[in-house]
Design a protein around this ligand. Sequence first.
Ligand SMILES: [Zn+2]
Length: 128
Amino acid sequence: MKKELDDALCLDFPLLFRDRRGDKMKTCMVWGFCCGDYWEPFVRRIAEKLEPMIQKQIDGGTPLVDCLVASQVKSKFYSFRFYTDNFTEESFQIIQDISAEADKICDECGVIRDDKHSKHHRAWDKLQ
Ligand SMILES: [Zn+2]
């Protein structure tokens, strides 16, 4: 994902992405958002729901280290993956629902993914 989008996500959701500049021995978030730009809206939608949940945890007295935090965001085998630490049932469900929507869209070119489209990317991958 390009730097402007990455920076904006970190700026807008400082609690959820607090490990973006963390310790690379402890979190994969230091590698950034490892997917194409077209998945940024899905990352943002998840973040918009999760950020207030973290604020609520903090307000309720939960130490920050035990609060929900993004640990990895990436594309794996064309599938949208958004991992967190300290997840709750509610956050897990939100991520599942929005991930299912993201999976329908190609993160690299934004079109609706069908069988033919994923083959096009596989062929492209082989050339790299
Ligand atoms: Zn594509």
